[in-house]
Design a protein around this ligand. Structure first.
Ligand code: MG
Ligand code: MG
Ligand code: MG
Length: 312
């Protein structure tokens, strides 16, 4: 039987890794030859989750030419494994905006604006009456907790809360306790060099002909990093040039306040204010109530630059 690789995005996060593991297992129980995979190293938060609940990191796939894939937790080519254009995508299970992927064949797509991909997969297990082990329940709960900042992010829906409660019951875990441990581990990203901080969770987006990169760091006490603002801005500028981007942003989210410091380097300095209605001061703005990249930073850029979909 043909091997199918279930894979999340580059610079994988907890949701991306646990979705791949849990969905590959789900597919195997339905007779598929599915293998959980990843493209990129696991971060400390993910490593903690895997070790604590007894899982190996998924298979590392550096390129996917000629392989059959199921994409989880992303659908944009710029965020996917290398060689995607020459791979066969069979399915997409995701919770992000549609990002312009084109396929040769009709495929199964499930995109739902939940707080995490783990939520969608947990729902399928529970509704399908498929045996959900304590360990799979535990890692799916971690996926939800990680993506929704312990159910507090503006992306968090009633469905996420409901799934989290059921998974907590099944795995015997305490959501707040687990959440605290994971927030501490997320914050470790702030201990790294400016370059590693920016690239630790950096996603690229294409809006028509404009390419934008946005790094996101969620942490306790982000002021530590704000104090290094000039070195962060210098490095952000390097990364923007290196990747040939028109604009590069870095979002430092205070996970307790759910506000963010946003750093910006752009070809046109007026873009930021036109998109967000906030002025940059010395390349940075403090944005109250902003903690989601996909819901609060990306949509205004898509509106400003257009989607690049032509009807002709
Ligand atoms: Mg993700
Ligand atoms: Mg996710
Ligand atoms: Mg995230």
């Amino acid at each position: 039987m043909r091997k199918v690789y279930v894979i999340g995005h580059k610079r994988p996060d907890v949701d991306s890794i646990v979705s791949a593991i849990a969905y590959a297992e789900y597919k195997r129980m339905r007779g598929w030859n599915a293998v959980a995979s990843r493209t990129g190293d696991v971060d400390p938060e993910t490593n903690y989750v895997l070790e604590r609940f007894g899982f190996e990191a998924p298979l590392l796939l550096n390129e996917a030419r000629g392989r059959a894939l199921i994409l989880v937790d992303h659908n944009e080519v710029a965020q996917a494994v290398e060689g995607l254009e020459e791979a066969e995508v069979l399915e997409i299970v995701d919770h992000h905006r549609l990002g312009g992927l084109v396929t040769a064949e009709p495929i199964f797509v499930h995109i739902e604006p939940t707080g995490s991909t783990s939520t969608i997969i947990a729902d399928w297990y529970l509704r399908g009456g498929i045996k959900l082990s304590e360990e799979i329940a535990a890692i799916l709960l971690c996926g939800i907790i990680s993506d929704t900042i312990v159910l507090r992010a503006p992306t968090c829906t009633e469905k996420d809360r409901c799934m989290a409660r059921r998974l907590a019951e099944l795995s015997g875990l305490d959501i707040e306790e687990l959440g605290k441990e994971m927030l501490e581990l997320k914050s470790l990203k702030g201990e790294r060099s400016p370059r590693e901080v920016i690239l630790s969770d950096f996603k690229e987006y294409t809006f028509g002909s404009v390419r934008v990169g946005i790094g996101h760091v969620e942490m306790l006490r982000p002021e530590k990093l704000v104090n290094m603002r000039s070195s962060l801005l210098t490095e952000l500028k390097h990364i923007k040039e290196e990747k040939g981007l028109s604009m590069a942003l870095l979002m430092l989210t205070d996970v307790l306040k759910l506000d963010s410091y946003v750093f910006c380097v752009a070809d046109d300095p007026s873009w930021f204010e036109r998109a967000y209605g906030v002025k940059l001061r010395g390349g940075m703005a403090y944005m109250r109530g902003v903690s989601s990249r996909k819901k609060q930073l990306v949509p205004p850029l898509a509106r400003l630059f257009g989607f690049g979909i032509s009807s002709s």
